[in-house]
Design a protein around this ligand. Structure first.
Ligand code: 5GP
Length: 249
């Protein structure tokens, strides 16, 4: 995969420079280089979004315990909740630090949510993907849409609760937000609903185990997509050509 400013060859053989991050070829900047773009298999990038309190955090936690996924740790300007640790749940940074990261192009995506900045640092995610590791981003919808534009092969999942009442119960039971903050997050759900149609899958979080298995099954099924079978396809096609040559077929 190419990065901004990488030198590439275009379809008609001319030299060009990528003007748009990874997946540049797919987006047409260096269309002719598509074969070279898929040099090696990359990990699967999954976006998990959902209403606050829908349980996506719980699903992700259970998923990581059962399977080998790599969870990106976001940066945020919100205050740590009791029990949260810098570098574990989030990297807690000041607004100034966050804005510097945006300015220095260190974020894959970022958004403002309930009065705070949240963003995905680029470095770890790109490193993991290039090593073929499967990465999960637990982010809200504006960020999800940015990832979708940038990584066309990312799989986007939206987690919903069984009902609005249940969502409110879960938020209250969590005890991490006061009633005003809960109100703010509830308002947010109305806005977020509009984005669900742009996601690839909706996961109903009624029974946790079932939801976890479903999420894993969805991600696992992405492995059968041609883009994720590129090494096998290439090797088979090479062997077929070789066999044809050697056996005078
Ligand atoms: P919370 O404050 O409850 O931890 O997170 C609030 C919302 O921000 C959640 O929907 C969470 O998924 C989302 N979020 C967490 N990290 C990121 C991020 O890096 N980027 C974006 N766009 N949203 C994030």
């Amino acid at each position: 995969y190419l990065r901004t400013k990488d030198k590439v060859r275009t379809r008609d053989g001319k030299q060009d420079t990528c003007s748009f991050g990874t997946y540049a070829g797919y987006r047409g900047v260096a269309y002719g280089c598509i074969k070279e773009l898929y040099m090696s298999k990359r990990g699967i990038l999954t976006v998990m979004s959902g209403f606050s309190g829908a349980g996506k955090g719980t699903i992700v936690k259970a998923l990581l315990e059962k399977h080998e996924y790599f969870l990106s740790i976001s940066c945020t300007t919100r205050e740590p909740r009791p029990g949260e640790e810098n570098g574990r749940e989030y990297f807690f940074v000041s607004r100034e630090e966050f804005e510097n990261m945006i300015h220095n192009n260190e974020m894959i995506e970022w958004a403002e949510y309930a009065g705070n900045y949240y963003g995905t640092p680029k470095k770890a995610v790109e490193q993991w993907l290039s090593e073929g590791k499967d990465v999960i981003l637990e982010i809200e919808v504006q960020g999800g849409m940015q990832v979708k534009a940038l990584f066309p092969y990312a799989v986007l999942l939206f987690v919903i609760p069984p009902s609005a009442d249940e969502l409110l119960n879960r938020l209250r039971a969590r005890g991490t937000e006061n009633e005003t903050q809960i109100g703010l997050r509830f308002e947010q759900t109305v806005r977020e609903t509009r984005y669900i149609k742009d996601y690839d899958y909706v996961v109903l979080n009624d029974d946790l185990d079932q939801a976890v298995d479903k999420v894993h099954a969805i991600i696992d099924s992405q492995r059968a997509k041609p883009i994720n079978m590129i090494d096998e396809i290439r090797s088979l096609s090479r062997d077929l050509s070789k066999l044809i040559q050697e056996s005078n077929l």
